[in-house]
Ligand binder design. Sequence first.
Ligand code: ZN
Length: 181
Amino acid sequence: MILKVSRLGHPVLRAGTRDLTPEEIRAPEMKRLLADMVDTMREYAGVGLAAPQVHLPLRMAVIEVRGNPRYPQAPDIPVHVLFNIRLTPIGEATIDDHEGCLSVPDLRGRVRRWAKVGVEALDAEANPVRFEAEGFYARILQHETDHLDGAVYVDRVDTRTLSFLAEFQRFHLPGVKLPEE
Ligand code: ZN
């Protein structure tokens, strides 16, 4: 089922989230919610979707990259969910790149992100996972974790780079439609 996506201005995007218990993660109704979040992410061509974007103050996000036209070199990322995500920057390197957001329709803007992050989370079975992520995956994780902390990318954007999608495609990336996060 495709869920309604909260848009900028809805308080749920600013409220922050709470961690989930292993029991909640393993509950049958969680499978339903995850399926709905994945349906919603795919419906709107997103590469990530955080729970506050479907009006839930829970610390969880789904992520999937399939054939991203903007990052032809980037490997696809199989669909997965992460619960109770915590990120730690690794090193000092940052990358500036454009982002979009399903909760901020039709805009793009450049955001500086850590190039590499350490990730601590629980997986779909509530098992602890710990790994490092870099590049586009690290950017998605930082974008989604912002949502879980009540932030959105426009809080961090270089406002002089903000562009409507049509103008972005015309002047900055001709002919390529971007997925949103
Ligand atoms: Zn977003």
